[in-house]
Design a protein around this ligand. Structure first.
Ligand SMILES: [Zn+2]
Ligand SMILES: [Zn+2]
Ligand SMILES: [Zn+2]
Ligand SMILES: [Zn+2]
Length: 460
C-alpha cells in the first residue's frame, strides 16, 4: 500500500482511508475540466461475447477486424501479430491450460471464468519472479510488478462477500470449481473459497470496457481506478481509449478534493440509481442528488426522466400517479391519463423491442431500423419528451442508421434524432461531459456524411 501511495503522490493524487467510506482518492493539486487525472491499463481483461454482442473480438485491443484464431488453443482471437505479442506473456500460460480442457467445455467458458483464470495465472507469474532465481533467467516472460501493477492492489479491493446472498454464493462456488478444473493446480496452490470471494470482488470492482459509442466490448479489472468512489453528481468521468481506462475531470477540481465518478447511468431517476447501486455495489448513495430523494425537485426530475407525457400533446407537464390509482395526473394541466391506455402502449412496446433486438442480433439492419422507428413513435406517445428511454431509443436508432450506412433520407433523419438526443443530454448530463462531447462530434460526423451523400447523388 505504501508503494502505491508514493506512486500516486507523483501523480499529485493521494489515497485516504476514511472510516465511513473506506479508501478514497483525493487530489493534491487543481485539475482543469477535461484534464486526465489518472489512467490505467487493465490488470487482466477479457472480451465480451453474449447475445447483445455476439462477435468475436481481439483478446488484447477488442477490435472486430482482421481476426485470426490462436492456432494452439483455438479459444482467443487477435487482430494483429502486435496484439498477439502484447498478450503473449500471459496467454503463453493461459494457452497451455486452455489447450488441455475438453473442447465442449471450452465452448461454454464465460468471460467471468476466463477473467478469473487470467487473474490467477498473472498472480502466479508475479510470484514466480519473486520466488525463483532460476526463473529470473526468463525475465522476458515475467510481469514487471510495479507499484500500480501488482496483485497486492487486487487484494486490497473490497469483496462485500458478507452481503452476497446464498444463491449467489453457491453460484460463485460452482464457478470457482470450474476455474480450478481449468488450472488443474494442486490443492496447495489454490483455495476454492478464495476464488469464490474473488468472483464477488470482480462483481463489484471490474469495469465494462466500452467503445466511444458506449457499446460494451469487454471486462477489465483496474485495481487503482477501483479506489475511486461513486457520486451521482460526479466531478470526473471514466472513459476507455481501447483497453486503457482514463479518468478525466468534468469540472474544475480544486486541490484536496475527492475524485468521484458515477458507477451507474447518471441520467436515471434517484430510485433507479439507488437500486442499481445497492444491487451491484451494496451501498446507499448519500450524494447531494440522492439526499434530495422524495423532495419536490427530485420527484419532478424522476417523473420527467422515467415518467409519462401528458395526454394533451401541447402540454409539457410531468405526470404523477393519482390517489385513486386510476392513472397518472398531469401536474401542469390536471388531465388524467388512464392506466389501461398506458398498459396497452407498454405491451405494444415490449413486442416491438423484442422484434428490434432480434433483427439487430441476426443482422437484419433494415428490419431493425424500421422496428426502432416504431419504438420511437410509440415512446413519443408514452413518455415525457425528455425521457431517458426515448433518448436511448434515438441513440440506438442513430447507431443502426449510421453504422450500417443506409439510405440518404435515413441519415438525415438520424441527424434530426441525434440533435434531439443531444438537446436532452445537454440538460441531463451537462455540456462538458465527455459523453456529450462525443455525441456532439458524432452529430458533426452524421451531418458531414449526409451532405457528402447529397453531393454524390447530385453528381450522379
Ligand atoms: Zn488487437
Ligand atoms: Zn492460445
Ligand atoms: Zn447519489
Ligand atoms: Zn398537461
Amino acid at each position: 500500500m505504501e508503494e502505491l501511495k508514493n506512486a500516486l503522490n507523483d501523480k499529485r493524487l493521494q489515497v485516504l482511508t476514511l472510516p465511513e467510506k473506506g479508501r478514497c482518492l483525493f487530489t493534491s493539486r487543481d485539475f482543469s475540466p477535461g484534464e486526465v487525472i489518472i489512467s490505467e491499463n487493465p490488470y487482466v481483461s477479457v472480451p465480451n461475447k453474449n447475445k447483445e454482442s455476439p462477435q468475436w473480438k481481439c483478446e488484447w485491443c477488442f477490435s472486430l477486424a482482421n481476426l485470426k484464431k490462436c492456432s494452439a488453443c483455438h479459444v482467443v482471437w487477435y487482430c494483429s501479430s502486435k496484439c498477439q505479442k502484447s498478450d503473449w506473456k500471459l496467454h503463453r500460460v493461459e494457452c497451455q491450460a486452455l489447450s488441455k480442457v475438453d473442447k465442449e467445455r471450452v465452448k461454454s467458458l464465460t468471460p467471468s471464468i476466463r477473467l478469473m483464470v487470467k487473474l490467477y495465472l498473472r498472480r502466479k507469474l508475479e510470484n514466480e519472479k519473486v520466488g525463483s532465481h532460476v526463473l529470473t533467467f526468463f525475465l522476458c516472460y515475467m510481469f514487471p510488478s510495479t507499484a500500480t501493477e501488482n496483485y497486492k492492489n487486487v487484494e486490497a479491493l473490497v469483496s462485500h462477500i458478507s452481503d452476497v446472498d446464498e444463491k449467489q454464493l453457491v453460484l460463485y462456488a460452482q464457478m470457482a470449481n470450474l476455474v480450478n478444473l481449468i488450472l488443474q493446480w494442486p490443492d496447495s496452490e489454490i483455495n476454492i473459497k478464495e476464488v469464490a470471494e474473488n468472483f464477488s470482488k470482480l462483481a463489484c470492482n471490474a469495469h465494462t470496457i466500452c467503445d466511444s459509442e458506449l457499446r460494451p466490448l469487454g471486462t477489465g479489472l483496474y485495481p487503482v481506478i477501483s479506489i475511486i468512489n461513486h457520486s451521482c453528481l460526479p466531478n470526473s468521468v471514466l472513459v476507455f481509449e481501447g483497453r486503457l481506462a482514463v479518468v478525466r475531470a468534468v469540472e474544475h477540481i480544486p486541490k484536496d478534493t475527492e475524485v468521484l465518478i458515477s458507477y451507474v447511468e447518471t441520467a436515471g431517476s434517484t430510485i433507479t440509481r439507488q437500486k442499481a447501486l445497492k444491487e451491484q455495489y451494496f451501498f446507499s448513495c448519500t450524494c447531494p442528488r440522492c439526499i434530495k430523494m422524495g423532495q419536490s425537485d427530485d420527484i419532478r426530475e424522476s417523473a420527467i426522466l422515467e415518467g409519462y407525457c401528458c395526454k394533451n400533446s401541447g402540454c409539457n407537464g410531468f405526470l404523477l400517479r393519482d390517489s385513486d390509482d386510476k392513472g397518472f395526473v398531469c401536474q401542469q394541466c390536471g388531465l388524467l391519463r388512464d392506466k389501461e391506455e398506458i398498459k396497452y402502449i407498454v405491451s405494444e412496446l415490449k413486442i416491438m423491442s423484442e422484434k428490434a433486438s432480434l433483427s439487430l442480433s441476426s443482422g437484419y439492419i433494415n428490419e431493425a431500423g424500421k422496428a426502432y422507428k416504431m419504438i420511437e413513435k410509440l415512446q413519443v406517445k408514452l413518455y415525457h419528451s425528455f425521457s431517458i428511454n426515448l433518448m436511448r431509443t434515438r441513440e440506438t436508432l442513430l447507431k443502426v442508421l449510421i453504422t450500417f450506412k443506409t439510405l440518404l433520407g435515413e441519415v438525415e433523419e438520424a441527424v434530426t434524432s441525434l440533435t434531439k438526443a443531444f438537446d436532452i443530454l445537454r440538460i441531463t448530463h451537462g455540456i462538458k461531459t465527455i459523453f456529450v462531447m462525443d455525441l456532439l462530434s458524432k452529430l458533426e460526423e452524421a451531418r458531414a456524411e449526409a451532405s457528402y451523400k447529397l453531393r454524390s447523388q447530385m453528381e450522379d
